[in-house]
Design a protein. Structure first.
Lengths: 201, 201
């Protein structure tokens, strides 16, 4: 995946340290004060840098937060793959339980809501999100489902985009609207119901 | 459903006219300028009322927009029910196609994104949204699914909340992230795949 983030042309060890401090500060602060009260000034103070250092690299607090998320996933790409034990249901349950655990982790909940807010209303950020986070993640999910197709567990003509939307859309919607308990049991029920279908068998 | 919105105690015909003008102005304006640039001043100017008239009834632009949505669904409750021809798949496709049509209607797309943004970050508004819009809608959906259970088309032990999340979560996620074409064909594929399941039959 090509790195298209804005980085300083003279990036050296010191500016890399500042960059990391800024991203960590943005991530921590949004969890503490919420997105509405997150400010470039606040991030700068927490990171121990000047405001201008931030504005030199990022146009907005949304852009800083986005890169903070991107940095969390850095270095995970080499061996990133969904579990494949051959038991599709067990593997998907493990993955959706991990998704639930992350979405309900207080350290992630507020920053992810903030990122969702920005994505919903900022088409440019939405495009970067799709390209750099959503699409690579979706490919991992589809790769696992494709293996199940090859093993004859899923029909060859299954629309994998629809499958991904069904599995993760349910969990995501419940998280975003806080419309019910978001638990491991719920993750299991989503996987089981999506795999076997609503119809009586 | 009890109406718990803030309404003036001396609500008469004239203030009702002002209220409707304000709600319509908020709905139109957010579609034109986006939520970030929506302001109480702008709404007041468009509605032909003073700012104080708005602040007397609503604490924020988010609250105005929320009531604008609520007023759209007013008077629809008496005969609101999902279609029931006995053909569950056809009925659900009709409903999800209508959902897709609304989400992709330019008059609704931007206001609904704005409302989603507010709901994701404002727990109080999220609670009102759940109580006054989401839950009543969800009950209609579950009522239709319950009829299918009674007809033996769906298993009696199906978790209807999971079923609703699967069907509408997929469509909602694709809309919010603009992660793929949101079309009638997509609505049909979601219904068919959710009903029959991902597994090969």
């Amino acid at each position: 995946m090509t790195d298209r983030r804005q980085t300083p042309p003279d990036a050296n060890r010191r500016s890399e340290a500042s960059r990391r401090a800024i991203l960590m500060a943005a991530f921590e602060l949004v969890g503490e004060v919420g997105y509405a009260r997150l400010s470039i000034e606040g991030i700068a103070a927490r990171a121990g840098v000047g405001k201008q250092t931030i504005y030199r690299w990022w146009p907005s607090k949304g852009a800083v937060l986005f890169d903070a998320f991107l940095s969390l996933s850095e270095g995970q790409e080499g061996d990133a793959a969904l579990p494949d034990t051959g038991d599709l249901e067990a593997d998907l349950k493990e993955v959706l339980r991990a998704t639930v655990a992350e979405l309900t982790d207080p350290r992630f909940d507020e920053p992810m809501r903030a990122l969702n807010t920005e994505i919903a209303t900022d088409p440019e950020l939405a495009a970067r999100y799709a390209e750099q986070l959503e699409e690579p993640m979706k490919e991992l999910k589809k790769t696992r489902l494709r293996k199940a197709q090859e093993a004859g567990q899923l029909p060859a003509d299954l629309d994998l985009d629809v499958a991904v939307d069904l599995l993760w859309g349910a969990v995501h919607r419940r998280w975003l609207y806080r419309s019910g308990p978001l638990t491991s049991d719920y993750a299991d029920a989503v996987v089981k119901t999506a795999l076997t279908g609503l119809y009586a068998r």
